[in-house]
Design a protein around this ligand. Structure first.
Ligand SMILES: Nc1nc2c(ncn2[C@@H]2O[C@H](COP(=O)(O)OP(=O)(O)OP(=O)(O)O)[C@@H](O)[C@H]2O)c(=O)[nH]1
Ligand SMILES: [Mg+2]
Length: 227
């Protein structure tokens, strides 16, 4: 990896996993790693700093708020990578995400957990079915076939800026994917591995999180259809 790569990790109470995520990233090849701590009540921030990440705080709760904060702190990268802090993704696979952008082939690479059977099985059923519904609606309305709304993704910084991201919580991933289609970005999906999270579920692993996230994702799809 020869470009300046910045990694943004939103994290809320991930003290058990954030160190593993940071340890698995090839940090010597990465320009900066920004952990956005969202008012964690555990030692997420301390572990992140000990493991060499830059830690920034975002008081406003929400996955999108944390990502927006991370973007505002970027030090002029070529490529921005988003990865979760729960060690569900395999951070070493960053190479597969970044290489097609470095070669000039594409602008946006989405890590799909729906391609490898082992990854698909590691998804919670509500994620699997929710994703299938969401990607069906995106294909219907926006004419692009995605297979997943996975959090592990890489995008050219210039392209990311052109998307003018807004969502402050669960609509973040789908907003990026819809806007990427609308802006005519060159999009590629690559298969990524996935495993059960470490630590406590915040979103999909909880009933209220699933309802809130599912509703927001569907709402976001219709919002961009109608605007
Ligand atoms: N900054 C921030 N991060 C959050 C918030 N909620 C969750 N996260 C982080 O966002 C990532 C995704 O959240 P997860 O809890 O893994 O959600 P999920 O993958 O849909 O479902 P589970 O893994 O089953 O919980 C993790 O790194 C969380 O720490 C939040 O309110 N603010
Ligand atoms: Mg997770």
């Amino acid at each position: 990896m020869f470009s300046r790569i910045s990694v943004i990790i939103p994290a809320f109470n991930e003290e058990q996993s954030i160190g593993l995520v940071l340890g698995a990233l090839p940090q010597d090849q990465i320009h900066e790693v920004i952990v956005v701590d969202n008012n964690s009540t555990d030692n997420t921030a301390r572990v992140a700093i000990e493991k060499g990440a830059r830690m920034v705080e975002e008081k406003r709760r929400g996955y999108g708020s944390a990502c927006l904060k991370g973007i505002s702190e970027l030090d002029n990268p070529h490529i921005v990578v988003f990865v979760d802090g729960d060690f569900s993704d395999y951070p070493e696979e960053i190479v597969q995400l970044v290489t097609p952008i470095e070669s000039g082939e594409v602008d946006f690479v989405l890590g799909s957990r729906m391609i490898l059977p082992e990854s698909r099985q590691a998804l919670l059923p509500q994620s699997r079915y929710g994703n299938q519904l969401a990607v069906f609606l995106i294909r219907l309305f926006f004419r692009h076939q995605y297979t997943d709304l996975g959090p592990f993704r890489a995008i050219r910084y210039e392209s990311l800026k052109s998307l003018d991201m807004q969502d402050t919580n669960f609509g973040w991933t789908v907003e990026m994917q819809i806007k990427a289609v609308q802006k005519g970005l060159r999009i590629l999906e690559v298969p990524v591995k996935y495993r059960e999270r470490i630590g406590v579920s915040k979103i999909t692993g909880t009933f209220s999180g699933t309802i809130k996230a599912g509703t927001k994702i569907i709402y976001t799809i219709f919002k961009y259809l109608l605007t």
